[in-house]
Design a protein around this ligand. Structure first.
Ligand code: TXA
Ligand code: MG
Length: 317
């Protein structure tokens, strides 16, 4: 049985799995998360592969305390105030995710934030999640632990039904007290902007920092991939390239006829390619080249998300 009560031994097992790049089911007060080491590109690629999403939505990064949060995100005064009031261990802790600029040396996987320059952070208000975060000593990226387009899981059994054949362990933290996702607030706009209504009410937030900007319901969940600030290289991308011009950088996949400057996966492994995508695009985005030519990437499995991202990056120029 992969569902386990949180005990010393199952928590140790969870930490070992996370350290080795696996994904596990983690309870939070909102919904169950599919958690992986946020510093590990390959582990993040596994999350996307498990969820079977055709896009790389940026993921929420879960951390144990404010100190850890301040190492990965840049806090404004208002953000700090909200964190102090609404993140554990505050007595008024609620379910709030803050979107902040990534810190300068932020070690979080570029794939986890879908190449954005911002990062969504929260401290879950659940004893098992907090204990896991404290013991594993790493930030955990965790989207809701369901396949794309199915409803969010609020019990360990829900996770088992949705993803049981894909993950090695689900920590059982009982049924989720909140039962819907965290409220997401973008702190990078002049007036903080609601990106997703959720567990913490707008009124509670406005009581602390004053009026916020409310966007139409669900706009950001429906179309996070359309966000303007998605990373695109500063030089043009040429997709489905079968050859390379002299002044182009070639980004390969599998065996290429002409030598590639970098290869997303020499063995043609799409999950490995996803893990390398943002890092390699950034690396090739340099003035020595006039363009980045990318060989064709298969359109199946996580390849769909890779092609989606490449198409957006190409159109963004
Ligand atoms: O309650 C929750 O927040 C749950 C539990 C597991 O913590 N997690 C969750 O994650 O709902 P997920 O992946 O299903 O939703 C993450 C959403 C993305 O779809 C996107 O809309 C937003 O968070 N997001 C993440 N990073 C962002 C960023 N840098 N800028 C704007 N939006 C971001
Ligand atoms: Mg979700």
């Amino acid at each position: 049985m992969i569902i386990k009560e949180p005990t010393e031994s199952s928590l140790n097992e969870a930490c070992a799995l996370l350290a080795s790049g696996d994904v596990i089911g983690m309870p939070t007060e909102t919904v169950y998360g599919l958690a992986a080491n946020a510093l590990d590109d390959k582990a993040i690629a596994k999350i996307y592969a498990c969820k079977n999403r055709p896009q790389f939505n940026p993921l929420i990064i879960h951390i144990a305390d404010l100190d850890a949060a301040m190492r990965i995100g840049i806090f404004t005064e208002a953000a700090l105030k909200l964190a102090q009031v609404f993140w554990p261990p505050s007595e008024r802790a609620g379910s709030l995710t803050l979107v902040l600029p990534r810190s300068k040396d932020c070690p979080v996987s570029l794939l986890a934030t879908a190449g954005l320059e911002t990062i969504a952070i929260r401290i879950p208000n659940h004893p098992v999640a907090l204990e896991l975060l404290r013991q594993c000593h790493m930030p955990l990226a965790a989207p809701s632990a369901n396949r794309s387009n199915s409803i969010s899981p609020t019990s360990a059994k829900d996770v088992l039904e949705s993803l049981g054949n894909k993950i090695p362990l689900i920590l059982d933290g009982g049924s989720c007290a909140v039962g819907l996702e965290s409220t997401i607030l973008d702190m990078t706009t002049t007036v903080p902007t609601l990106l997703r209504p959720g567990g913490l009410t707008i009124e509670a937030i406005e009581n602390v920092i004053g009026t916020i900007q409310k966007q139409p319901h669900n706009q950001s969940i429906k179309a996070p991939g359309m966000m303007k600030r998605h990373y695109a290289p500063s030089i043009p991308l040429r997709l489905n390239a079968l050859d390379r011009d002299l002044d182009e950088a070639l980004l390969g996949f599998g065996q290429t006829d002409v030598p590639a400057h970098l290869n997303l996966s020499a063995t043609g492994d799409l999950q490995e390619a996803a893990a390398n995508l943002f890092r390699m695009l950034k690396e090739l985005d340099n003035p020595n080249f006039s363009k980045i030519a990318v060989v064709p990437i298969p359109h199946h499995g996580i390849g769909l998300a890779i092609n989606d991202r490449l198409n957006r990056a190409a159109a963004n120029i």
